[in-house]
Design a binder for this molecule. Structure first.
Ligand SMILES: Nc1ncnc2c1ncn2[C@@H]1O[C@H](COP(=O)(O)OP(=O)(O)OP(=O)(O)O)[C@@H](O)[C@H]1O
Ligand SMILES: [Mg+2]
Length: 272
């Protein structure tokens, strides 16, 4: 995957002659990288005076799942993205910034009922979470934030630190209307954080083939240039409710349709 292997640069400073300044060059290189960002891991003595320096490029993506409407599937999507990444050996942290602690309890259940599953780390923090996100993005390969369902300090501070905002919503008028205010928040946040990209994702969509729920959403979102619409649509499926109770992602369950839906969303965010 593009955001993990292959982009770490290992720099070996070596040679057969002593006293030529290898350690000096390596330590200075490391100091330069440390100034450049939090993703440099360090300097390790190796054999005689050869020193390895490695640098983790800043490719961590901070994905914020939030919005202004309750019960739209935010925690479900955040936990499923975290499980999807963990299943791909990605060192992922789920930041639960909602005092309801749905995501944190999901991690607790995951650890106690299914300790063999790939690990998802969890941090809980409310209030201003800007610094926490910055810190976590230097420590983990991927960060997923569950920011809850209202216009809050958590949501606003996270928008300034995040790379992507995903706003799950049911494709119904009351849900869609809440995106109008979120688009104002996005506009303000982009002034401070120009990398932020916001995208609505239709969640809990009818699985009945005759119902095309995305049509209304597409029409309304066309008027909001700050918010895109995900190609992925998450269906209303019992497996999503069962998985959250078991501390699993649907990727770790047997329902191939739910797996495909989360897979499509994850590929859109993280690449194939
Ligand atoms: N795609 C889905 N299919 C079926 N049930 C779902 C789906 N997504 C979420 N649910 C269920 O809907 C309820 C609300 O979901 P969830 O807790 O993820 O919403 P939320 O947006 O995080 O809510 P809140 O705003 O309270 O934080 C839960 O019972 C969850 O299991
Ligand atoms: Mg929630």
């Amino acid at each position: 995957m593009w955001y993990y292997r292959g982009l770490t640069l290992v720099v070996l400073v070596g040679g057969e002659k002593g006293g030529t300044g290898k350690s000096t060059i390596a330590t200075n290189l490391a100091a330069e990288l440390a100034l450049a960002g939090p993703n440099c891991t360090g300097v390790v003595p190796y054999r005689c005076s050869t020193v390895l320096v490695w640098y983790y490029r800043g490719l961590t993506l901070v994905v914020l799942v939030g919005g202004e409407k309750g019960g739209t599937g935010k925690s479900t999507i955040a936990t499923n993205l975290a499980a999807y990444l963990a299943c791909r050996d990605i060192d992922v942290v789920l930041l639960d910034a909602d005092s309801q602690a749905t995501a944190a309890r999901w991690v607790e259940r995951r650890n106690s009922f299914s300790p063999g599953l790939p690990r998802v780390h969890c941090v809980q923090k409310t209030g201003d979470i800007f610094e926490t996100i910055r810190d976590l993005s230097g420590r983990y390969q991927q960060v997923v934030v569950d920011a809850g369902g209202r216009d809050s300090e958590e949501l606003r501070s996270a928008m300034v630190a995040a790379d992507r905002l995903y706003i799950p919503l049911k494709a119904s008028q009351p849900d869609l209307e809440t995106v109008i205010n979120v688009s104002r928040l996005v506009k303000t946040a982009c002034g401070l954080n120009p990398v932020l990209r916001a995208c609505a994702v239709v969640s809990m969509a009818s699985t009945h083939p005759a119902v095309t729920e995305t049509h209304e959403a597409r029409e309304l979102l066309a008027e909001l240039p700050e918010i895109g619409l995900s190609q992925a649509v998450i269906g209303e499926r019992k497996i999503f409710r069962d998985a959250i109770v078991e501390g699993r992602g649907v990727i770790e369950c047997k329902n191939s349709k739910a797996k495909a839906e989360i897979g499509l969303l994850a590929e859109e965010i993280y690449g194939g």
